[in-house]
Design a protein around this ligand. Sequence first.
Ligand code: VGL
Ligand code: ZN
Length: 192
Amino acid sequence: MKITDRDALIVVDLQRDFCPGGALAVPGGDEIIPVVNSLIPLFKTVVFTRDWHPPDHISFSPNPRFTDGSWPVHCVAGTPGAEFHPDLKIPPHAIIVSKATERDREAYSGFEGTELDRILKERGIKRIFVCGLATDYCVKNTALDGVRLGYEVYLIEDGVRGVDAPPGNLKRALEEMKKAGVKFLRSETLHG
Ligand code: VGL
Ligand code: ZN
């Protein structure tokens, strides 16, 4: 598939805390970095979303169950855990979108409470190619919102990893996306 000026790459939450060694490590989260780095040069519009929480965010629990509403402290704005993974090749023209910045609101989708839709529409973007972490939380919600907002949404299968919490959640998330009309493809099928 040929990438054009009307396409955007959306890299979801590829931050230290979601990679092995981080506070909310997604299994194999760092394995997608070479895939993402190989895709970046194909796109004129590249968005990096980041989970950017206040220190007392509502989703943080002292006894985290590692599931929705009960996460360990992670991605606190301005801390090392919230930094993008250092191996990511973030280009100078990248658009950074911070989300879940309000204490009493969870926001898994990169579109929720952000300017992302406006930014993409302003640029005439019709198709979005989603990769990043975690498949069953922020990637899923970003992809589903993308469909609702009228974009043609592609999930880059080898460019995502899931937390699968609770077990079975990852499989359900993939089915949910498929049902909603998200198309799945592998990174090697894309070219400039
Ligand atoms: C995420 C759990 C909590 C994600 C963010 O980026 O998928 N997951 N906050
Ligand atoms: Zn979070």
